[in-house]
Every structure is written in structure tokens, then in C-alpha cells.
Design a protein around this ligand. Sequence first.
Ligand SMILES: [Fe+2]
Ligand SMILES: [Fe+2]
Length: 188
Amino acid sequence: MTIDEAAAAGGEGASRTFAAPIPAALLDAPLEFILVDHVRQRSLCAAFRRFTRQGYVDRAEADAVVTYLRHDVDLHYRDEEEDLFPSLLRRVPPEDDLEATLARLVANHRQSRTMIEAIIAVLAKRAGPGPIRLGPAARKLLLAYAASEHHHLAVENGIVLAIARVRLTRGDLTAISATMKGRHGVGA
Ligand SMILES: [Fe+2]
Ligand SMILES: [Fe+2]
């Protein structure tokens, strides 16, 4: 499959909802907050496929992506690695074998962080006032990130959040909500 075919397979998805902040009130329902963050990440993947198809990124949109990647993604990974995943491991019986799944997701986060640094390096380049042109390596990088993130989100929505809804207690959710509020700079 060529880069153009792979990009076209991702659908139109010209939405920019990744740049829209999540209402702070949703931190009272931390699993919903994480789910909405996943919707934003899906929209980022759709934007990356669109950039790859068109071969360039407008300055303003590149800036929005860089801001999102620098701030929001890190907060999301920390919500999962420091709150959601450890809380789940305390509640889920060993026979559910969730530990291996969560370890793979954390390893994915590490790989994503490396890709994100490379994507920021491409999009934060200031070579002039016009749009940022994407060469073959940059297009491949954006598509690789989108494909890997797409799989990651499917596992988190389909397995991790599904189990969390059943296993986490009201007390667990209250505790997660409180630490997430601190992390996101919202008064508890
Ligand atoms: Fe996630
Ligand atoms: Fe994740």
C-alpha cells in the first residue's frame, strides 16, 4: 500500500476536535473524561491522515497539533499510568490477565512519546510563513503514529475501560477524580 492509499483508507475526518478542551466538570466522571480524551485522539489521527493525503500542514493547524502533543497527550498518559491502570490492578483478579495488557499499553506510551518528539520536530519547524510541506519520511511517521494510536485506543476502549466500569468502586473513582483534578489544575 502506498502512503496515499493508506491515508485515503483513514476516511475524511477533517474534524479538529483534538484542539477542543474537555469540560472540567467531566473530571467528576473520570472514565468518561478519559473516553472523551480518546475521541480527541481519534480526531488527531484523522487529521494526520488528512495531512498525509494533502502533503502539507497549515501553520495554524500545525501549532494546534504541537500544543496538543506537548501538553494534552502527556496529561492523558499520566491519567492512565498513574491513576487508572494502578487502580485497576488493585481490583482485577489475576485470572483476568489484565496486567500483561496494561504493561503493553505503557510500553506503547513510551514508543508514542518517541514518535511524538519526532512529529513535533517536523511540525514546529519554522522555515518560512507558508504551510509546512511533508516529505515521504514525515508522511510515513504521521501514518505510523495514527495506525499505532488507533490500535491502542481500540484496546483501551474495548478492554480497559469496559473492565474499569465493572470493577472500579465508587471510592476508586472518587480517588481517581481527585488526583486527576490536581493534575489538570482544577480545584477539587
Ligand atoms: Fe488512552
Ligand atoms: Fe493509553
